[in-house]
Design a protein around this ligand. Sequence first.
Ligand SMILES: [Fe+2]
Length: 406
Amino acid sequence: MLHRLTLGRIPAKPHTTFHDEDGRLLMEQMVTRQGFEGPYSILYYRTPPTDEFEVSPLKLPGFCPFELVKEQPLHRRHIKTQDLRPAGDYLTGRRTLMANRNLQIGLAKPCEPAGRFFSNGDGDELYFVNEGSGFVESVYGLLPFRRHDYVLIPKGTAYRLHLEGDRGTLLVFEGRPWLGIPGEYRNRWGQITDFAPYSHRDFRVPTELLAFDAKKHKVPFELVVKQADELSVHRYQHFPLDVVGWDGVLYPVAFSIHDYQPKTGLVHLPPTIHTTFAGEGFVVCSFVPRKVDYFERGDSRAIPCPYAHSSVDMDEILYYVEGNFTSRRGISSESISLHPQGVTHGPHPGTYQRSVGTERTDELAVMCDTYEPLRLTTTASGVEDKDYHLSWVRHESPGDQAWTSK
Ligand SMILES: [Fe+2]
């Protein structure tokens, strides 16, 4: 949900006659949020998008359905997603790692060409592309993406995600009922403010509409739909994404984490200063390379490394991408730490002191804070570093130079 965009041909007024090149009446479709009160887009189809001839259930174990661990003792956790093996495509290889009522966090490491299209009826989806590049093929057109992009796909969008060489590493957030640009980053006219950490110009939008291609699009066409954590396959005799034009504010966008404009304070600012996206009861933040806190008066200096803290209302997860955390014990790219509410967390021994006087951090990471506790799935538990929560009490090591902003 961003600014109004038009792609292709549309009639002068909504809900009026509009024909294709052969004089056939096109079918209009409104995609609306919050009933008819919220943001919307209007699309024009060559064939009505309602004539599926068959519907059948589908299960993709590990993604939908997933299994939560039965017992989850309260302590800090380290999920080693780097140990998950590539599997399937963007959809069949997706695995849910943790969940609460408002949020599901998953991971996909595809190694096959994208097969069926997918529409998530449970919430908006936010991909973070840790590895790979490619494009999203959706009812709104083609959207190219690159490594380290976020790709935001509105709830109910029929799409398919293609990766160059059919390989990549994708972190996926499913926000219920929504996930998008925080309200405080917009003015009363809906424009992104100059105080926000990005501008409208940083978001890339679909570039061209899809056209049916017999080599790429099989008939009958299959669309997998997720609703209430159940999957169904809808089959069509025609290509149901043959849209001649659309306009509106709902459509997929891509945003590079490297275009995020971080804020630095005189003294340390809370990690949520790096908020990038938000949903019901959670935020997604971007930690990017930047100058750090710069207070200096007499012998007193800013401490850039965050203090130990008890964020007693929030779980905090951090997905490590690259940067100076790599010397942190046990942590490497693709690690996810989960620091749950109820227990204190803070820097590893020695790093707090050593951060004084540093001027820059080169960390690159994606953080997510949630009000409702996250539960691990059996997939996450299967790649968990079970001793992580004890790593604070071990002896200080010369290798512990690294800290994160979390
Ligand atoms: Fe924290």
